[in-house]
Design a protein around this ligand. Structure first.
Ligand code: PLP
Length: 414
């Protein structure tokens, strides 16, 4: 049977089992314990700043708790990046607030600082209130213009919650992404830079802020001999078993980072002289992406084999949705979808045993957020129409990359 090449499969160091065995041997099969503490310490060391880290059950939970800790609730507005996975914006609705979507700038594909400031002023004019937080994203690991975003946030006194779920280990101006703002969120889901099977973390600025998050993450108990509650809490702490996986993964994080960057370099070099294909690279020396996923853009007029049949059939399972329950789509088309040549390339790669995936569809084009305010310049939608994510993970070999590149080239009609 032909081998399949996936986008970003997890890769174990071999140490994970040792930490998990320890948890069983010492009977720490609970959502706290030595592995949780050890994993937090590893993360702290890696981040290398005067920051604190709380290990949580998911990146989504980390965003939720950051919003709660910022005091955001019903009737508030929170600025989100439109070009992202839905988990950046969904927690805003969990607290009864409304996301306000900001489009991207074309260099990094992340939040456009100019639009951000326009939106802040316009929300103030329209609602009488400033937005309560800003959630910029490091899409596919690429840093954004976080320095400008932080400066604007300071000017209007709005906390920044960096969604570094995809940007673990990325740097801007040498500083680790997730350490610029009030909070930084990380994800250790199955396909991220490292995995705990499922899990996440919140980077906090000091011990006091960490304590507050821990308190909310463990059902908000007051200090009494019995259970006394004066606020609503959550059950969001990471399990000691999952944290054991995390400790094992942290022993090879540097190798993973180097490998993702090596793959990106191979793609960048190979596509440099392929007309019609643009590799999404670091826009300048200030950017140091982890290249969680390598991505390319296909020119609109690039011709690809099988274009006529692309979108001929309704899809009955979601691309990349292997782990989830998927609603039957029904229609073949929506009003915002990848160009036909992109879908044709995805199908050709799939036939050749290569998983690829469209970029995240912008949130302002998602039916579920159709009534949310949005400040749009057309950049994310244009990129979405043309983009494709390519296999990038630790299990992808140099040989795989050569095969992927030649398969892509073979399917271009010259
Ligand atoms: C994966 C992801 C999240 C959520 O992380 P989970 O650990 O899966 O809950 C949030 N934001 C972005 C941009 C992500 O890619």
């Amino acid at each position: 049977m032909q081998k399949r090449i996936y986008l970003c499969l997890a890769h174990m160091s071999g140490q994970e089992q040792k930490f998990i065995q320890e948890a069983f041997d010492t009977n720490w099969v609970v959502p706290l314990g030595p592995n949780v503490n050890g994993f937090e310490e590893d993360l702290k060391q890696f981040i290398g700043q005067k920051k604190e880290v709380v290990a949580l059950s998911a990146g989504t939970a980390a965003i939720h708790l950051a919003l709660i800790a910022c005091g955001i609730g019903f009737g508030d507005e929170v600025i989100c990046q439109s070009f992202t996975f839905c988990a950046s914006a969904n927690p805003v609705t969990y607290v009864g607030a409304t996301p306000v979507f900001i489009d991207s700038e074309k260099d990094s594909w992340n939040m456009d600082p100019q639009l951000l400031e326009q939106a802040i002023l316009d929300r103030k004019a329209k609602t009488g209130k400033y937005p309560k937080a800003i959630i910029p994203v490091y899409l596919y690991g690429m840093p954004g213009r976080i320095n400008e975003i932080i400066a604007i946030a300071h000017k209007y006194n709005i906390p920044v919650i960096e969604d570094a779920a995809e940007g673990f280990g990325s740097r801007f101006d040498g500083q680790i992404c997730g350490t610029f703002g009030e909070y930084g969120i990380l994800s250790f889901n199955g396909n991220k830079m490292i995995t705990t099977s499922g899990g996440g973390a919140l980077i906090c600025k000091d011990q006091e802020s960490k304590n507050k998050i821990m308190w909310y993450a463990t059902q908000a108990r007051e200090a009494y001999p019995y259970y006394q509650h004066e606020a609503i809490g959550f059950n969001y702490r990471l399990s000691n078993i999952c944290a054991g996986i995390g400790r094992g993964q942290m022993t090879i994080i540097d190798e993973h980072l180097a490998h993702h960057k090596h793959i990106a370099k191979m793609y960048e070099k190979a596509f440099a002289d392929v007309p019609g294909i643009t590799f999404h690279k670091n826009p300048s020396e200030r950017y140091d992406s982890n290249f969680w996923l390598s991505t390319i853009l296909l020119d609109e007029n690039l011709r690809v084999h099988g274009e006529e049949e692309a979108y001929a059939q309704a899809i009955h399972s979601a691309v990349g949705g292997a782990a989830g329950v998927v609603h039957a789509g029904g229609n073949v088309h929506t009003d915002c979808e990848p160009n036909r040549n992109v879908e044709a390339m995805r199908i050709q790669l799939d036939k050749a045993g290569i998983e690829s995936r469209p970029l995240w569809k912008p949130m302002h084009k998602q039916p579920v957020f159709k009534s949310a305010p949005a400040y749009i310049n057309g950049v994310s939608e244009a990129i979405f129409h043309r983009g494709l994510c390519l296999p990038s993970g630790p299990m992808v070999t140099d040989e795989d990359i050569s095969y992927i590149i030649s398969t892509i080239k073979k399917n271009i009609i010259n």
